[in-house]
Design a binder for this molecule. Structure first.
Ligand code: AKB
Length: 316
């Protein structure tokens, strides 16, 4: 029986992932953790939530021992836009957090799955259908930490036999927890503004294409890779996966089908725009499809209608 610790579990992925994994593995077998936990957080109703700062190896050790953890899903990280505000802090959390997780995994014989990102690519990377193995010279501290993290996780697999696996996530769109500090966050904010004010000012410019994915596909990808047959994994850290690629205009046009009065304007943030322009326009995810059967279910149309329905139900 798997006992799964999730770090950074109160963020955009972790909140949904905890609910999703508790349904599959049981409430008591999935332990979300975070540096701070509000007393009234809804995850506390269904099972344990632990206070863990990933910069404390002792705190990780304690929870691993207390719950006889077998797998860590390591989500705690500072994202791209926020990382540029304080690169030293982003490096510390992203690298030393991962190193602590890998060390605890090595010492306690645990498996580790940690997301990487499209941010591992940079301006020199082929932009269209970006291959699994290609030039990786990112220009953000987040991207640099994610490339280094991929190499470090592969090193722990090769050198110490720790079962490490990773996914290069594109921008994730979700109706529950909001994202924070990412370049792709506009693709979530736009829905809230479209429903509340029928208008959105995008900080990402017209014509800027980035890969995106709806959260239900991202959650399924995590569990499918976690459960994948190790014999079939040629790559480990980390797999390109994608579901769709669009620019703000195409997303707005799709939203207009549901909210005809919706209008889009631009107030481009030059720093964040530069990050977006350094990333691919579209990814080739054929290795993930071949090696562990990855296949997205949601495209832009089905994602937009589901998002709007879910947000309306939530009273947005
Ligand atoms: C970000 O925009 O920083 C993240 C990512 C693509 O990793 N959403």
């Amino acid at each position: 029986m798997k006992k799964i610790l999730i770090t950074g579990a109160l963020g955009q992925i972790g909140t949904d992932l905890t609910v999703y994994m508790r349904e599959i593995y049981g409430d008591e077998n999935v332990i979300p953790s975070s540096r701070t936990i509000p007393d009234d957080h809804f995850l506390l109703k269904k099972g344990p939530v632990e206070k863990v700062d990933v910069l404390s190896r002792a705190a990780l050790e304690r929870v691993v021992k207390e719950y006889s953890i077998t797998h860590i899903i390591h989500l705690a990280a500072i994202l791209s836009a926020k990382g540029e505000e304080n690169p030293q802090m982003a490096w510390d959390i992203n690298m030393n957090g991962l190193l602590n997780v890998l060390e605890v995994a090595r010492e306690n014989d645990l498996a580790v799955l940690t997301p990487s990102s499209i941010a591992v690519f940079g301006p020199d990377t082929p932009k269209e259908e970006t291959p699994q193995d290609t030039i990786m010279r990112p220009t953000t501290i987040y991207g640099i930490s994610k490339v280094s993290g991929e190499l470090l996780a592969d090193y722990y697999y090769e050198r110490f036999g720790v079962d490490t696996r990773g996914i290069r996530f594109p921008g994730l769109i979700s109706s529950e927890a909001k994202p924070g500090g990412g370049t792709t966050d506009y693709a979530v904010h736009i829905f809230y503004e479209a429903l509340k004010n029928k208008h959105y000012k995008s900080f990402i410019d017209k014509g800027t294409y980035m890969d995106m994915m709806y959260m239900p596909d991202a959650l399924r990808a995590i569990v499918e890779l976690l459960e994948a047959d190790p014999e079939k994994l040629i790559h480990r850290n980390a797999f390109n996966i994608t579901a769709m690629s669009f620019d703000p205009e195409e997303l707005a046009d799709e939203i207009k089908k549901h909210i005809p009065e919706f209008t889009l304007a631009y107030d481009v943030n030059p720093g964040v725009q530069k990050i977006a322009e350094s990333w691919p326009n579209s990814l080739d995810d054929s290795e993930a499809r071949k090696q562990w059967g990855w296949k997205p279910e949601y495209g832009i149309e089905s994602m937009v209608s589901d998002m709007i329905e879910k947000l309306k139900k939530k009273g947005v």
